[in-house]
Design a protein around this ligand. Structure first.
Ligand SMILES: Nc1ncnc2c1ncn2[C@@H]1O[C@H](COP(=O)(O)OP(=O)(O)OP(=O)(O)O)[C@@H](O)[C@H]1O
Ligand SMILES: [Mg+2]
Length: 321
């Protein structure tokens, strides 16, 4: 086995050039989200009874796992549950109306309800901000009911604790944990563009990698870490329950009959992968097997040209070393 032709450093370069969101962009988008949050804070200081209580950067920009292809900024908005509608469509209309009130310098058409979120569009520069409602009852730790972006159901969860969960793994393996997440997300995005039915949620990828991180996998050798991830998917056949005891005892983990069981690290009753059918899971296992085989072949290929050919099966034709 050799990394003579394509090694860790080549994968790291490829990630810098093609996969990662450049730092200046990430800073710019985070600043954009911060300005919105501060606007809401300003409005709240003058209207303390206002029902939108807080905005929080969520998703990949907050976790440092965003790809270059990022196309919106995820922001969670806490709404006090007592007065807000609990029907999703009505709740989104309500959220849009409240956001227009808090952001009077935005024209009303810049704030638009979508299926499960409200988009705030910035004229000219920046990305759209996707505001996702969380109904909450003043919980001190910011637990609340997040509207699922997959099916509009309410998920009892905790965004700040999710961010801390990921931060913890990033501290164990600085740079490398987040980099391997982004590389796998990039691979998954390619699989999606080849097959529109393919799905593999970013949060599931992160949680699987967190499991491998907790088991002691060294992420600092990218070819090996990637190979390990694909081997794990193939060997487990996505039938192994994954849960974490950071925020609850193992005894608090629910019993599920779903094929894929990747449990929310902040709520043992929430299976993050509950919407994944056997067909979805089998499709992931199949492409993971292909990717694992391609990396194996790359590590044994006798020439650089052949090695690159195999890595392109994983990362596409823009991969060049
Ligand atoms: N099923 C779920 N249960 C609880 N929280 C969830 C669930 N799905 C998503 N989240 C929350 O939403 C955040 C965003 O996750 P998601 O997988 O949608 O995308 P992302 O990390 O923003 O990545 P990208 O947008 O680059 O694909 C997660 O970090 C988590 O806090
Ligand atoms: Mg996102």
């Amino acid at each position: 086995m050799t990394q003579d032709h394509v090694g860790h450093a080549d994968i790291a370069h490829f990630a810098q050039d093609r996969v990662n969101l450049p730092k200046e962009k990430a800073d710019e988008y985070r600043a954009q989200a911060r300005r919105l949050r501060e606007k809401l804070e300003g409005y709240l200081s003058e209207h303390p009874d206002f029902t939108l209580k807080k905005m929080l950067l969520a998703g990949s920009l907050a976790k440092g796992t965003a790809l270059r292809s990022l196309n919106d900024i995820d922001v969670a908005c806490y709404i006090s549950g007592a007065d807000a509608p609990h029907d999703v469509t009505a709740l989104l209309t309500y959220l849009a109306e409240r956001l227009r009130k808090a952001f009077p310098n935005f024209s009303p058409d810049q704030v638009q309800p979508q299926t499960y979120s409200v988009t705030v569009s910035f004229r000219g520069s920046g990305l759209d901000v996707d505001v996702v409602p969380i109904l909450y009852d003043g919980d001190l730790n910011w637990y609340g009911n997040l509207i699922s972006q997959d099916d509009g159901s309410f998920l009892e969860t905790n965004i700040p604790l999710h961010l801390e969960f990921i931060r913890k793994r990033k501290r164990v393996q600085p740079d490398h944990f987040a980099q391997v997440v982004r590389l796998i997300k990039y691979w998954a995005a390619r699989m999606k563009s080849a097959n529109e039915e393919f799905r593999f949620k970013s949060f599931m990828i992160e949680l699987i990698l967190a499991r491998l991180c907790d088991q002691g996998l060294d992420f600092s050798d990218y070819p090996k870490a990637l190979q390990h991830f694909f081997t794990y998917i193939a060997k487990s056949d996505l039938r192994e329950k994954i849960f974490f005891v950071d925020n609850y005892a193992a005894s608090a983990v629910g019993t599920f009959n779903h094929r894929v069981q990747i449990i929310d690290p902040v709520n043992g009753a929430n299976n993050v992968s509950r919407l994944y059918t056997d067909k979805d899971a089998d499709a992931i296992v199949e492409v993971a097997l292909d990717a694992g085989d391609a990396i194996d072949a790359a590590l044994y290929a006798p020439t650089k040209q052949e090695t690159v050919y195999y890595w392109q099966k994983v990362f596409g034709n823009s991969f060049a070393a």
